[in-house]
Write a protein that binds this ligand. Structure first.
Ligand code: SF4
Ligand code: SF4
Length: 435
């Protein structure tokens, strides 16, 4: 066992209202410079939807993350070292600015200088990058306005995969927000893709950073990251990414996105894990086993043997205490209500999500009550407005078992707390209401 410490984040999706405060405050702090106009270290995307950059989840197209070769060994999806070196000169697997979106402002001078005419003058959108008129045909949250059943399918590959399983009529339309930052993965494919060795994972807290002096702008990391969370600064010619606000974290204050989150939905904490077990866990053959195998690399910070090994590895008493008191550990390991995003990319992501608990469609239609009030949410978990199958495509490589269990526990907790707040006796027979 080789104990290492890792900063991790859990986001509770039921609480995200899509206000984008996190994105804006992050941008003001870190990417408010020339060359980063299109860059959002933190973005909040609409689900179902295309994401940011558009269709980033299509790894057949973008070649991100890891895959298993014929001998069952982990290999970069972007190809052999030779292929990647050749790609340095003409990389076909890179999103363009139109995949991110063309950031624009408006030509307000037109309004101020317009002559008196019968019609209202129009401030045309201008690209912030080229200064030319831009045809704004797409944005990262375009799907907010286009939501409707079958029409969602073509824009979201995850939904397209499920179109024969989930109801997609207008009445079943669903939508939620998915805030995203770099996952600070345990097995980051961005670093493995870099020919210059410029990307490194800090030993003390697992934060993944780009050494700006070493970066030569090859952009292989952008292809290699399946979450597309590395960006090219076209002014400096270097790669940039979310730093987990390490200058703030080092002095004991949270990341900007967490501190300013309106929904208070971001939990930060320390996890201890067995570094010797990471590669084996990322190499399991069955993608549906990737979530349980990643769960298994986390170590119990209260186990005396783990504490001894952590001390031997030089982890400070403060960090061990933080791991023992970690809300993230409780949500991921104890309660098992937080799940990883796309474990099938095999990078072992460290930003996890509490899936959204939506109303039960059938029960609502019949009684007008929420599912848990009607007392039968637990038999009706597959009739939630947000299909369990869709959440499983996002969080457990298609295995609906862990998603269903997490939702049942959430429903149980909600029912328990509602009874307490109303001064009623909670129903302790409801699964998840206790423990
Ligand atoms: Fe690297 Fe972050 Fe992408 Fe993981 S999510 S591969 S750490 S850039
Ligand atoms: Fe969601 Fe919080 Fe970001 Fe608002 S600030 S979009 S609630 S994560």
């Amino acid at each position: 066992m080789r104990v290492m410490a890792q900063l991790a984040m859990v986001m509770n999706l039921d609480k995200c209202i899509g206000c984008h405060t996190c994105s804006v405050t992050c941008k003001q702090a870190w990417t408010n410079r020339g060359g980063t106009e299109y860059v959002w270290f933190n973005n909040v995307e609409t689900r179902p939807g295309q994401g940011y950059p558009r269709q980033y989840q299509d790894q057949e197209k973008w070649k991100g993350g890891w895959t298993l070769n014929r001998r069952g060994r982990l290999t970069l999806k972007s190809g052999s070292r030779m292929k990647r070196l050749l790609n340095i000169f003409a990389n076909p697997d890179l999103p363009t600015v139109s995949d991110y979106y063309d950031p624009w402002s408006y030509d307000y001078d037109t309004l101020l200088s317009a002559p008196a005419v019968d019609t209202t003058p129009v401030a045309r959108p201008k690209s912030l990058i080229t200064g030319e008129d831009t045809k704004v045909t797409w944005g990262a949250n375009w799907d907010d306005d286009l939501g409707s059943g079958p029409e969602q399918v073509g824009r979201d590959p995850l939904l397209a995969r499920l179109s024969d399983q989930v109801k997609l009529e207008f009445e079943q339309t669903f939508m939620f927000y998915l805030p995203r930052i770099c996952e600070h993965c345990l097995n980051p494919s961005c670093g493995a893709s870099c020919p210059s060795g410029a990307i490194y994972k800090r030993a003390e807290d697992g934060i993944v950073l780009v050494d700006q002096d070493k970066c030569r702008g090859w952009r292989q990391c952008i292809t290699g990251c399946p979450y597309k969370k590395i960006y090219f600064n076209h002014k400096t010619g270097k790669a940039e990414k979310c730093t987990f606000c390490y200058p703030r974290v080092e002095v004991g204050i949270p990341t900007v996105c967490s501190e300013t989150c309106v929904g208070r939905l971001r939990y930060i904490g320390v996890m201890l894990y067995d570094a010797d077990a990471v590669l084996e866990a990322a190499s399991v053959t069955d993608p549906e086993q990737l979530y349980p195998s990643q769960l298994a690399v986390f170590l119990n910070p209260h186990d005396p043997r783990v504490i001894t090994e952590a001390e031997r590895a030089g982890i400070s008493p403060e960090w061990i205490a933080a791991a023992q008191d970690s809300p993230v550990y409780k949500l991921i390991v104890d309660y098992k209500i937080a799940l990883p995003l796309h474990p099938e990319y095999r990078t072992m992501p460290m930003v996890w999500y509490v899936p959204p608990l939506s109303p039960v469609v059938d029960v609502l239609a019949e009684t007008g009550h929420d599912g848990e009030d009607a007392g039968n949410l637990f038999g009706a978990i597959d009739s939630l407005r947000i299909p369990v199958e869709y959440l499983a495509e996002l969080f457990t490589a298609g295995d609906i078992g862990p998603v269903r269990a997490a939702l049942q526990r959430l429903a149980g907790m909600r029912s328990f707390m509602r009874s307490i707040n109303l001064g009623q006796e909670p129903d302790l027979t409801i699964p998840g209401a206790v423990g």
